[in-house]
Design a protein. Structure first.
Length: 254
């Protein structure tokens, strides 16, 4: 049994006296080791003080540099990019609703005019900003409407968004482009991504319908039937549901 030294403790016999001496010796060695370790640590810190302070200084400069860059470079850059989007976006919107000269309006949206940036300029000059990301979507859709499908794919694949509508429309636009390039297998994959992106009454039935029609073309009738049935069951008020019974019949009988 270990013997602990208490204030005023006196050993009762020779055995306890020996144990007490051993404990005192061990304790002294421990504190001596601790003192030596602390001294070595202090010596190391003293010898390497400049190095340590240098590392801390580099980290501090890096953090402050990042904060300054974000505050004085990135934020103004994002604001400028967003402002530049106003000019091409108005031509893009006009093109979507126009009945004539659509391509001319889309070209203005893509390339700009009168010293103003178009979507392609914004993508190049403001890469990495939210405005440049949105410009990729608009550029892709402009090329899709102009029947320039390879260019549409290039820009739509570069666009990313968690937005429930834009994200789905971009995937659906890719499906449309691949379908026009006679690649229905790729088109179907993107239509499936489009309706899986989010559940809403606008894009979900739209791309379920396109996926179902494309699956019919690929002779994947069971898949087509599943997609058509979802429209009938989950989106009965949608535009696509108006003729869905006919497509359900095709999927069952072909």
């Amino acid at each position: 049994m270990a013997t602990y030294k208490k204030r005023g403790f006196k050993p009762k016999n020779k055995e306890e006296e020996i144990l007490l001496d051993e404990q005192e010796s061990t304790t002294a060695e421990v504190f001596s080791s601790l003192d030596e370790g602390a001294s070595r640590s202090e010596e190391w810190v003293s010898r390497n003080q400049n190095y340590i302070l240098g590392v801390i200084g580099v980290i501090a400069v890096a953090v402050l540099g990042y904060l300054a860059y974000f505050q004085f470079v990135e934020k103004p850059k994002e604001a400028s990019a967003a402002n530049e989007m106003l000019y091409p976006q108005q031509y893009f919107d006009q093109a979507l609703s126009a009945t004539a000269e659509k391509d001319s309006l889309f070209n203005l949206a893509l390339n700009g005019a009168e010293g103003k940036y178009g979507f392609l300029d914004i993508i190049e000059e403001y890469n990495g900003t939210p405005a440049a990301n949105l410009a990729k979507y608009s550029a892709g859709m402009a090329f899709l409407n102009m029947q320039k499908y390879d260019e549409a794919i290039k820009y739509l694949e570069g666009f990313s968004s968690d937005d429930m509508i834009l994200g789905a429309l971009a995937k659906g636009g890719l499906g449309d482009a691949f379908l026009q390039l006679n690649q229905p297998g790729d088109a179907l994959g993107y239509y499936e991504q489009a309706f899986a992106h989010s559940a809403n009454d606008f894009t979900t039935p739209k791309f379920l319908y396109k996926a179902g029609v494309t699956a019919l073309e690929l002779k994947e009738n069971s898949k087509a039937l599943k997609y058509f049935q979802r429209i009938k069951d989950e989106y009965p008020s949608s535009e696509e549901a108006r003729t869905i019974d006919a497509f359900i019949g095709k999927a069952k009988n072909n």
